[in-house]
Design a protein around this ligand. Structure first.
Ligand code: CTP
Length: 416
């Protein structure tokens, strides 16, 4: 590793799978957030993405075997000097070699010499992931303290689908940050069931048109994946989100506010927390046409709207099935003549009856936050009068703060 650097030192081991191309984006997330990354691909990885890409994106030379720069003893030094070893994609072969302590290339020798946290993000075909050999290797690695992430489910290379997809780069990045912060072992949400709503509802006017909104679902996705990584059982009620499913999470897809309400209330029945990150329509068309509305004779000159149910208020006000249920809302606010964004947030927190309200000031003072981007800044207001400022940063950082605050509010013992 570079001696001059005081930045967190990450060894990014890249296995020989097609998902290696996605790891270039992970590398960018790491370098752009100030990590000093040394990429160690396997020989097979270079068949998918070549050494110049890794060298250019990391700013370091790239080697796969132990014979380059032998005078620097790289097979020992790289692992010893790392703050984190992150392996993505971790192929079935690489998991097997790591589990058995083989040391036949630079990455496996690095894994043997590293004394820092190790995070592995698997990617392979479903059959390989579910094979007893891989299951046993993953169990061995986890027993030794390696954090092997759950692969995502979805479309694999070729026509097949199932568990085995590489988790999204943002999710791996979040796991890496947590591991660097020493929180790998703190599965501090284990035994809890949390419900997160994400995305934006669609209220149909006719079979092709709807009233919708700009929500991408990214903040809800970050909440779900960080909660899963911290050990929670997660139900993610997803309204029209185009992102790949986060791993280790149960996704319930919905379209309209009413469907979202049904899914959230059902999942909330045994939940410890409900976090409403979805942008839920406040109004829906009073009438929905079964056939497409046409121009010409009989065309409507206005659309009558009716109010939808306020799901957050309903969950917060309902008799709490679990005495410890913590309810969190999100609010995009702007200041106006009546008061600033936070004053509006305080009023909304009280009206809704939530325990916490994450307030995004939108369009204010130069940079809009929330919506499509990967970054967010917010102030989290507590019904107890507390206030937590979260500076502009990855949506995963805001998500972690929300879970810290939720966790601090659980009063019942962790008995499940
Ligand atoms: N929300 C909800 N059901 C609705 C509308 C909103 O559960 N029908 C939730 C959102 O998920 C979010 C919070 O309420 O957590 C705040 O939403 P927002 O639209 O900002 O609040 P409103 O009550 O609609 O207030 P406003 O009049 O400012 O739009």
């Amino acid at each position: 590793m570079t001696a001059e650097s005081t930045r967190p030192r990450v060894v990014l081991g890249v296995g020989g799978g097609i998902a290696a191309y996605k790891v270039a984006e992970l590398l960018r997330l790491l370098t752009e957030s100030g990590h000093d990354v040394r990429v160690v691909p396997t020989r097979a990885a270079l068949e998918f993405v070549g050494a110049p890409t890794w060298a250019a994106l990391s700013g370091h030379p790239v080697a796969t075997d132990v014979w380059a720069d032998v005078h620097e003893v790289p097979h020992v030094r790289i692992g010893q000097g790392a703050d984190l070893v992150l392996v993505a994609p971790a192929t079935a072969d690489l998991l097997a070699r790591a589990a058995h302590g083989l040391a036949d290339d630079l990455l496996t020798t690095t894994l043997l010499t590293a004394r820092c946290p190790v995070v592995m993000a698997p990617a392979m075909h479903t059959e390989m992931w579910l094979h007893p050999a891989t299951v046993a290797n993953v169990a061995t690695l986890r027993e030794r303290g390696v954090e092997v992430l759950e692969p995502a489910s979805g479309r694999l290379t070729g026509a097949d689908t199932g568990p085995g997809r590489l988790p999204e780069p943002a999710g791996i990045f979040a796991a890496a940050r947590r591991a660097l912060a020493g929180r790998t072992a703190a599965r501090d949400l284990a035994g809890r069931h949390v419900v997160v709503s994400a995305g934006g509802t669609r209220e149909h006017l006719d079979p092709v048109r709807f009233l919708g909104n700009r929500s991408s679902g990214r903040q809800g996705w970050a909440l779900a994946s960080t909660a899963a990584a911290r050990g929670a059982r997660v139900t993610l009620v997803a309204a029209n989100v185009a992102l790949p499913e986060p791993s280790g999470v149960t996704v319930v897809p919905v379209v309209s506010a009413e469907e979202l309400r049904g899914a959230v209330l059902a999942a909330a029945a045994d939940a410890d927390a409900v976090v409403m990150a979805a942008a839920v329509a406040d109004f829906r068309p009073r009438d929905t046409q079964d056939t497409k509305i046409k121009k010409g004779a009989g065309e409507p000159d206005s659309v009558a709207l009716v109010r939808t149910a306020d799901v957050l208020a309903e969950v917060a006000r309902a008799p709490r099935v679990r005495p410890g249920l913590v309810v969190v809302g999100f609010a995009a606010e702007t200041g106006d003549a009546e008061g600033d964004a936070l004053a509006h947030g305080r009023a909304k927190l009280a009206t809704k009856g939530a325990d916490l309200l994450v307030v995004n000031e939108v369009g204010g003072r130069g940079h809009p936050t929330g919506f499509e981007g990967a970054q967010n800044a917010a102030v989290v207001l507590g019904a107890d009068g507390s206030r937590t400022d979260v500076p502009l940063g990855p949506k995963e950082a805001l998500a972690d703060t929300v879970w810290d605050l939720v966790r601090a509010r659980w009063t019942d013992p962790k008995d499940r």
